[in-house]
Design a binder for this molecule. Structure first.
Ligand code: BLA
Length: 521
């Protein structure tokens, strides 16, 4: 793969993977003109092997010349469904007489810019019998997911069952982070294989255009990473002279970059299922087999369906967890606010806060807190010294917006904090009065994290001696990155509580100030 541009990872994003003009050889592709009797306008060259016909015998002929009237009527019916509902996978069992012998095919079809793309995969003889298991698979899957205690357990069940259904060696649930790096959060695998559970992969392993494509096309398979791609004949659309858009094709030939990646990884075949919620790709079910492997379309389709269900189930669990957390935090925050409202004097407020310090820390999942109120400074739990707290408050005041400043990397932003990073790598500052004389700071300890990468992420791409070839890394050996001076992040549902708490306390503080002034007069 040779590029003339300077080499960087964004080149990967420029490969037009949806128009390769080639397919994988385990099936044939026919592009038919939808408005013209489904006349075949392009086909893959391997029709000569799988259908025993030359491309010239098919091109320009209507589809019914190949399939017969009855079957092509069924195809036309399914094609109109496919046009109406492009996100579903549409397929039909078809039969073709090849050298006088009837042969079963799975026909997978979709619409592509006015063309019907019909892909034919020879059906395996054992397929008919095994479809009886489908209902059982579905029942087991639904049952197990409902039983799962949490997200990770549900993911593990899903991985195990998909592995059984595909008969694959390894199935992983792969989750993206906000920067599109990915992590294996659950894994089912053969005993002899090295675990990938917990491994992280840089965003460049799955470039942007591939992720965009997987949002539309929910299931892909590479039957044999050592395949020879098969050309389309003619290579361009005869009507427009443009390449055929193969975004939704199941046989689409895969990026040579990715093929090289998989070979480097020692993988023989893959199935990948998109995990989508709210029209966002949040993860993938990635499945590996050590050698080449074909899985019937019916089974792949079922895995796809279960993947969708799994995705929804996880989302609902998350919503429920978030709701429970929200209620718990609200009640804690009300308890703290109530102290400011009901206690008559600043001294009493400080006394009561002392009593309720556990609630104060739990509210922000903190290990320490400092409160400065009416010239009193109180420290609860693990905190820096009083002097350090005052210096920190002066620094945070300058940075605060809406009276709040928070960081989970304090030692990187405020050098003096290096000295107490074990106690306070995270801090959340809230002013309790408009002039910042009063404040509260919550602290979180340093969490030293070891991130396991599958290979050095800085070397996700290697360049050859000629300086022009980009290729995926060769090594997937565990590469450990140690992250220091960082605390657990402050979460949205925690930060959301601050405005209300602030407004209650501000009002009270002002009222007390007015009282004090009135007394002084
Ligand atoms: C595609 N890369 C992919 C896909 C996966 C990964 C899952 C989807 C295609 C598929 O179905 O197999 C990556 N696979 C992984 C990861 C794991 C795994 C992280 O099993 C972890 C266990 N890839 C590179 C570099 C480039 C690159 C450097 O590493 C570009 C220079 C490109 N990856 C690349 C491209 C695709 C891809 C272009 C799209 C392939 C296609 O659909 O044609």
């Amino acid at each position: 793969y040779v590029l003339n541009e300077p080499i960087d990872l964004t080149n990967c994003e420029k490969e037009p993977i949806h128009i390769p003009g080639r397919i994988q050889p385990h099936g044939v592709l026919l592009a038919c003109h939808s408005a013209d009797d489904y006349r075949i306008v392009q086909c893959s060259r391997n029709v000569s092997e799988l259908l025993d016909m030359q491309p010239e015998e098919l091109l320009d002929h209507p589809l019914h010349a190949l399939l017969g009237e009855a079957q092509s009527a069924l195809v036309a019916m399914e094609a109109s469904r496919a046009k109406a509902d492009p996100f579903k996978l549409h397929y039909l069992d078809l039969s073709l007489a090849i050298q006088g012998v009837e042969q079963a095919f799975c026909g997978i079809l979709h619409e592509s810019d006015g063309f019907l793309l019909l892909e034919l995969e020879p059906a395996l003889p054992e397929e008919q019998a095994s479809s009886l298991n489908d209902f059982e698979w579905i029942q087991t899957f639904f049952g197990k997911l409902k039983q799962a205690g949490n997200r990770l357990e549900a993911s593990r069940f899903a991985a195990e069952q998909i592995k059984q259904m595909l008969g694959y060696d390894r199935v992983m649930i792969y989750e993206f982070d906000p920067a599109w790096n990915g992590k294996v959060i659950a894994e089912a695998k053969e005993a002899h294989m090295e675990p990938y559970l917990g491994h992280n992969y840089p965003a460049s392993d799955i470039p942007k255009q591939a992720r965009a494509l997987y949002l539309r096309n929910w299931l892909r398979t590479i039957v044999d990473v050592h395949y020879e791609p098969v050309d389309l004949v003619p290579s361009l659309r005869p009507d427009t002279g443009q390449p055929l858009n193969m975004s939704l094709s199941t046989l689409r030939s895969v990026s040579p970059m990715h093929i090289e990646y998989l070979r480097n990884m020692g993988v023989g075949a893959t199935v990948t299922i998109s995990l989508i919620h709210n029209n966002e790709l949040w993860g993938l079910i990635t499945c590996h087999h050590e050698t080449k492997k074909y899985v019937p379309h019916r089974v792949r389709n079922l895995c796809n369906f279960l993947g969708e269900f799994f995705s929804r189930e996880l989302y609902q669990r998350q919503q429920l967890d978030a709701y429970e957390t929200e209620l718990r935090l609200k009640s804690l925050s009300t308890r703290i606010a109530a102290i400011f409202i009901s206690e008559p004097t600043p001294a009493r407020i400080m006394e009561q806060l002392e009593q309720e310090q556990a609630a104060l820390l739990t509210l922000m999942n903190a290990s320490g807190a400092a409160i400065s109120y009416h010239n009193h400074l109180a420290l609860y739990g693990d905190t820096p010294s009083a002097q350090q707290v005052l210096e920190l408050a002066a620094w945070a005041k300058e940075r605060a917006s809406e009276h709040v400043h928070h960081t989970s990397e304090l030692p990187l932003e405020f050098a003096p904090a290096i000295g107490y990073k074990a106690t306070a790598s995270g801090m959340l500052y809230l002013a309790l009065s408009a002039g910042h004389k009063d404040f509260i700071i919550w602290f979180r300890p340093e969490v030293v994290q070891t991130v396991e990468w599958a290979g050095d992420p800085a070397k996700a791409v290697t360049r050859a001696e000629d300086g022009l070839r980009v290729s995926p890394r060769k090594s997937f050996e565990k590469w450990l990155q140690t992250v220091v001076s960082t605390s657990a992040p402050w979460l949205d549902n925690e930060l959301r509580l601050l405005p209300e708490l602030k407004s209650i306390i501000f009002k009270r503080t002002q009222a007390q100030l007015r009282q004090a002034e009135a007394l002084a007069e």
